[in-house]
Design a binder for this molecule. Structure first.
Ligand SMILES: [Zn+2]
Length: 392
């Protein structure tokens, strides 16, 4: 509380000193250049881009056992490289089964045959980490709700409950997973499906609130035969068609560790991009396992770069870093993509790295705050109190 009060005092002081600077500038007839300087300072404060290299649309603060760096440590890793980042945990907790793994405590889903389970407390951890920050630090994050089972009709109820418990915090849902190599089969109970009405109920609610949706769904099964229609492409398109009012980011363009881009991958993605019915669908380039395809050969880089150049507003960079230990690990995927950055014109590169994030997540923030002010009792009564105070 004290820190917040000090911050708002600092803001007032800096506003006041800017006002004084402007007045004295006017007096000394230097108003033109100084005003320009002031306006560019104010604009960089608004847009958040400043001189940052990228915003991170796909990031996990914690790993499969809910461990990771503190949020302030992560801010240090972002440093002057990453301006903003989503803040999500990982909803799927790896069980440590003594019967299976004895004393070898697994921390990654591939390191044990024991199951994964949905760990809803991740949302409370993320909200608490976010709320521990100053307002200026919070402005750099877009927390995401992930702790729900997307095969459960009550998933949407969980999301609503999180918004009601932590109003003013979250911008979106995800990354959550429907079909994912090695992962989906490790979750006991009903397997998630793109055809499950529970997912429709979840996305209907996301659209109503304005939550940005970050979904992982492999486009195909692992080791698919070249030339066959990708297993889940048709179902993904049908899902997008059913949810035209939701803002949806398809993570990794549907690729995975063993789900390679087929010869026609770019063509298939372009069919979505050029169809006006899918104007609400975006793609992220996150994960080193995906970057390895797109920068694997000069031809592969040229193909994805040409596609991005044709649809510069529809792609976002994300690291998919999971609980990074230090800055060099955090920046690895951004650096891995250097051949792609070199292949894009500067305006397009800036959109993919910075501006598309700002547009999509700023709109998400605005919509979610507006929904909260209308639907969350605590926010509503605060607003009413505020209205009474200002009307005096
Ligand atoms: Zn993913």
């Amino acid at each position: 509380m004290q820190r917040e009060a000090m911050n708002s005092m600092n803001k007032c002081n800096s506003r006041r000193s800017m006002g004084l600077a402007l007045r004295s500038a006017r007096r000394s007839l230097l108003v033109g250049p100084i005003l320009a300087l002031f306006l560019s300072y104010a604009a960089s404060g608004w847009s958040q881009s400043g001189n940052y290299e990228f915003n991170d649309s796909h990031f996990h603060l914690t790993n499969n056992i809910q461990e990771g760096p503190g949020v302030r440590e992560f801010l240090d890793m972002m440093g002057n490289k990453a301006g903003r980042a989503i803040l999500s945990g990982v909803p799927l907790q790896q069980e440590w089964s003594y019967r299976v793994d004895r004393d070898r405590a697994p921390s990654y889903y591939l390191h044990s045959d024991a199951p994964l389970y949905y760990y809803s407390f991740t949302d409370a951890l993320i909200a608490t980490a976010y709320k521990s920050l100053t307002k200026e630090q919070q402005a750099r994050f877009d927390p995401m709700i992930t702790g729900f089972n997307p095969a459960d009709m009550y998933a949407a109820n969980h999301v609503r409950r999180v918004l009601e418990t932590f109003p003013g915090v979250f911008t979106g849902i995800g990354e959550f997973t429907i079909h994912k190599e090695f992962v989906s089969g490790k979750i006991p109970g009903e397997v998630a499906s793109l055809q499950n009405p529970a997912l429709d109920r979840l996305l209907d609610f996301a659209a109503e609130v304005g939550l940005v949706v970050l979904i992982h769904n492999d486009i195909d099964v692992p080791f698919a035969k070249e030339g066959s229609e990708p297993a889940y492409l048709g179902e993904m398109k049908a899902l997008f068609r059913r949810h035209r009012n939701a803002t949806i980011i398809w993570a990794h363009t549907g690729l995975g560790r063993t789900v390679k881009p087929g010869k026609n991958h770019a063509t298939r993605i372009e069919e979505i991009l050029r169809d006006p019915a899918f104007g609400h669908v975006y793609f992220d380039l996150a994960w080193d396992e995906v970057a390895k395809y797109f920068v694997g050969t000069p031809e592969a880089t040229a193909t994805i770069a040409a596609l991005i150049q044709r649809y510069p507003d529809r792609f976002l960079f994300g690291t998919d870093a999971v609980a990074p230990a230090d800055q060099s690990k955090y920046l690895a995927v951004f650096n891995q993509y250097q051949p792609l950055w070199n292949s894009l014109d500067p305006k397009t590169a800036r959109k993919v790295k910075l501006e598309n994030y700002e547009r999509i997540f700023d709109e998400g923030r605005r919509k979610v705050r507006s929904w909260e002010s209308a639907h969350v009792p605590a926010v509503k009564s605060n607003m009413a109190k505020g209205a009474r105070v200002t009307s005096h």
